[in-house]
Design a protein around this ligand. Structure first.
Ligand SMILES: NC(=O)c1ccc[n+]([C@@H]2O[C@H](COP(=O)([O-])OP(=O)(O)OC[C@H]3O[C@@H](n4cnc5c(N)ncnc54)[C@H](OP(=O)(O)O)[C@@H]3O)[C@@H](O)[C@H]2O)c1
Length: 218
């Protein structure tokens, strides 16, 4: 499956690119500027030049990927979707990674989203023919971007259909040491996005960088 990351040059996008490519998944690393995508791919390939990564513009990612991760700051998501909305091909799966948070003095504060969550905001701005799921929202970039370190955690997947969730899970479970948990409809993102804020607050309190979640009893 050909994947691509809008905002693939960022901390979270690069980490995801590293994990997917290490699992043998082809990734287009997207940027608003081709030169930044090329630099990100150069850095990612330093450890292994054979990783299946290619630099791309965000427009190339949208035109050329079957699964597209949206990994830009939430504040930029609306503009990207407005600019490229009609370019998303029918049947594409968009996986929203954005978290509507802003930082005040390093502390996270939730951004109010009229749709209820970033995932629902994204759903509302894409054609009906595009499937939407959300995941990776509680996986910190600091550990995602260290592919030799086991993730050893669970991550939630929610989506606008069981089929969208299954497709996202099938792809993401290729990343070793990560267990995916089906959290149901996109409205579950309202809770999941708050859990990210909780994890960041825990990081600050305990002076750690990568607290994350594990569901027991499953
Ligand atoms: N960092 C984490 O630990 C973490 C964990 C879970 C989820 N997330 C979520 O993942 C997303 C990305 O996080 P990040 O830390 O990687 O963010 P980031 O580094 O600030 O941004 C990611 C990339 O988005 C692009 N970008 C920046 N502003 C933009 C705008 N206004 N419009 C379009 N593109 C823009 C940039 O790429 P170009 O300049 O190359 O286009 C940038 O490299 C966020 O929504 C965040 O909430 C982050």
């Amino acid at each position: 499956v050909q994947t691509g990351i809008i905002g693939g040059t960022g901390a979270e996008g690069r980490g995801l690119a590293a994990r997917l490519a290490a699992a043998g998944v082809s990734v287009l690393v997207g940027s608003r500027e081709m030169a930044r995508a090329q630099e990100a791919v150069r850095l990612l390939r330093e450890s292994n030049s054979a990783l299946p990564l290619e630099p791309a513009t965000n427009a190339d990612v949208i035109a050329g990927s079957e699964v597209i991760f949206l990994a830009v700051p939430f504040s930029g998501a609306g503009e990207i979707l407005e600019a490229h909305g009609p370019g998303f091909r029918p049947g594409t799966l968009v996986v929203d990674v954005t978290v509507p948070l802003t930082f005040r003095g390093g502390a996270p504060a939730a951004i109010d989203v009229a749709e209820g969550s970033a995932a629902e905001f994204v759903r509302a701005r894409l054609p009906d023919t595009v499937r939407v799921a959300a995941s990776l929202k509680t996986i910190p970039a600091s550990i995602l971007g260290a592919p030799a370190t086991p993730l050893d955690c669970d991550e939630f997947v929610c989506g606008d259909s069981a089929e969208a969730r299954a497709a996202a899970i099938e792809l993401l479970e290729r990343i070793p040491t990560l267990r995916l948990v089906d959290a149901g409809g996109l409205d579950a993102a309202r809770t999941i996005e708050r859990m990210t804020a909780l994890a960041i607050a825990i990081n600050r309190r305990y002076k750690v960088r990568a607290s994350r979640f594990r569901v027991v009893g499953l």
